[in-house]
Design a protein around this ligand. Structure first.
Ligand SMILES: O=C(O)CCC(=O)C(=O)O
Ligand SMILES: [Fe+2]
Length: 284
């Protein structure tokens, strides 16, 4: 087993382990520890069946079946197929998942703490995933902004990113908005939180999943969102994960900002995604 830090800010990469090796508790615990300490861990070249991916996920917590049943893996509801492929005129999975900067499911009250992706069919020259550490983002905020946001909360919402589905045909934008608000009412989260594993403060909230900071006026809000967009996306502090087949990538959802990049025309990309709820075992 070889381990290296990917960047000084985020990520650890493990190579030279297979599924059998990960059955050894000390090897699996090393992986979990790297996720906790580095926000994100990549295991390169880990061939896995869907069943094995679910087995690994269930040692980290409780895999949760994806909300929309039609995009679940047909035999394994815990796996969501994130894919732009089309087979027999039907989409194999959900296309364009997470193609904007976000922290997973922050618009919900209690997001699952881990996400795990397995690269099943991945192009090498596009469809990368960008990652930034929310603790590093917080560290890089100007001091006056750290003071301005101290103790504040923000309203998180999925409405900016709501997808139009067949059920929505005929609705006005206002009606659609009302429907989304009913299904996913805005939730309030503290803007600055402390990671129990590293003890570091981190920023919680991405502009695409936030409505506003409570107590900010429209100008302050716009200024703050523009600032954090630029801090999150600073190329010097972003890790670009270029997928290779059978990469397993695991991250802490709260402290990891990420964005999937576009897939080049003509290429297909399929990753298997498992969202993992806390079951207490790894609570700090
Ligand atoms: O497929 C990817 O590159 C990541 C998409 C994403 O945001 C997610 O799976 O949470
Ligand atoms: Fe995501």
């Amino acid at each position: 087993m070889r381990i290296k830090e990917i960047t000084p800010f985020i990520g650890a990469e493990i190579s030279g382990v297979d599924y059998q090796d990960l059955q050894r508790p000390e090897v699996f615990e090393r992986l979990v520890d790297l996720v906790h300490q580095r926000e994100l861990a990549v295991v390169r070249g880990l061939a896995l069946t869907p069943q094995q991916q679910i087995e690994l996920a269930s040692r980290l917590g409780r895999p949760v079946p994806f909300l929309m049943a039609k995009y679940r893996h047909p035999e394994h509801p815990e796996i969501m197929i994130s894919s732009n492929a089309v087979r027999e005129n039907r989409p194999v999975g959900v296309a364009r998942v997470g193609n904007f900067w976000h922290q997973d499911s922050s618009y919900t009250k209690d997001p699952a703490p881990y996400t795990m992706l397995h690269g099943v069919d991945v192009p090498s020259t596009s469809g990368h995933t960008l990652y930034a550490s929310a603790a590093d983002v917080y560290d890089r905020l100007p001091r006056e902004w750290k003071e301005k946001i101290a103790g504040r909360t923000a309203l998180h919402t999925v409405s900016k990113r709501q997808r139009i589905s067949a059920d929505h045909v005929g609705l006005s934008i206002a009606e659609l908005r009302a429907l989304v608000e009913e299904e996913y009412p805005p939730v309030e989260h503290a803007l600055v939180r402390r990671d129990p594993f590293t003890g570091r403060d981190y920023l919680y909230g991405a502009p695409e999943y936030m409505d506003s900071v409570v107590g900010f006026d429209a100008n302050e809000n716009a200024e703050f969102f523009a600032l954090i967009d630029s801090v999150i996306q600073d190329p010097e502090h972003v890790y670009t994960h270029r997928w290779t087949t059978d990469d397993l990538v695991v991250w802490k959802t709260a402290t990891t900002y990420h964005a999937a990049t576009a897939v080049e025309p003509g290429a297909t990309r399929t990753v298997h995604r498992v969202s993992i709820e806390e079951d207490g075992q790894w609570a700090a």
